[in-house]
Design a protein. Sequence first.
Length: 319
Amino acid sequence: MVDRPSRPSAISPTAAGPQPQVDVSDDKVTARLPTGESVEVLLHGATVISWKSGSKGNTENLWLSEAAVLDGSKPVRGGVPVVFPVFGPPPKSGHATSSLPQHGFARNSRWEYLGKSSTESTGDNTSENSIKLDFGLYSSALSDTFRKAWPYDFGVVYSVTLGKDSLQTMMNVRNEGKEGFEFQVLLHTYLRVKDISKCQITGLAGTTYTDKVLDAKDHSSTSPSLSITGEVDRVYKSIKQSTTSVQEDGKSRFDVVRDNLEDTVVWNPWIEKAKGMGDFKPDDGYKNMLCVEVGAVDGWQKLEGGESWEGGQIMKSLL
Ligand code: TA6
């Protein structure tokens, strides 16, 4: 379990110095720190669609398709879609998720904005500035279709915490009913890179992965780093070390730290698959994106009535 930054307290009206700003519209919540970092979260899917850091916040860290549908009519192609209660195509039959769409309903449902809280730096050390935005999805708010397909009473609170050069996204899943249920969860992050051919992914050595491009069978990951030179769709399972890193042009670009999650999916659709997705634009956008998706997708998390589970990620921009 990684050390979670202390949960930001409510914004104290009397705090000294410039305050984080939060703008709430019908469909989106935007937060900005005094030092320029920002995050934008659509209520549709609680999808983070932008995370900017760096001096004056001018480095966009996430890739968002130019054809991403942002009107709530379908899952967003890019940013950080929330995958719950099933990852990938659900089991064909005989499972509680079998009637759900690929990657479940969370990314394709309207979430509720629950509020904000922030931590101000003490004195000049602005690195402690952070702001936490909470979003909720409840079984009572699901569409009839999704409710019928997965009739369990649940509540999910999704917390997005923007810090200096970091973005933490945490899920708290609670079984609000009497009947137990099982679920999978994954944060389907589309990282933005300048040139995929100059990227290396480390922190996956010594693990077992399912290669969905090759033969959907298990393989051992022995090399210390992974380059992307074609379509990659790998589910790395039960990874011992908590951090998966991305280097670009020989320099550290991102650290993605798992919190109570043991699996990481690495995905790049490459040329043909990118062309085959209507909402993936530009067609050569695969050169500027890399999905590093932390989750619990190998097997199922089980929750009895009244029980809850928490897990997530801390993404660090190392530019
Ligand atoms: O996470 C990788 C993956 O499962 C790929 O197999 C590919 O299907 C990708 O997700 C995108 O899925 P989507 O349903 O968003 O088109």
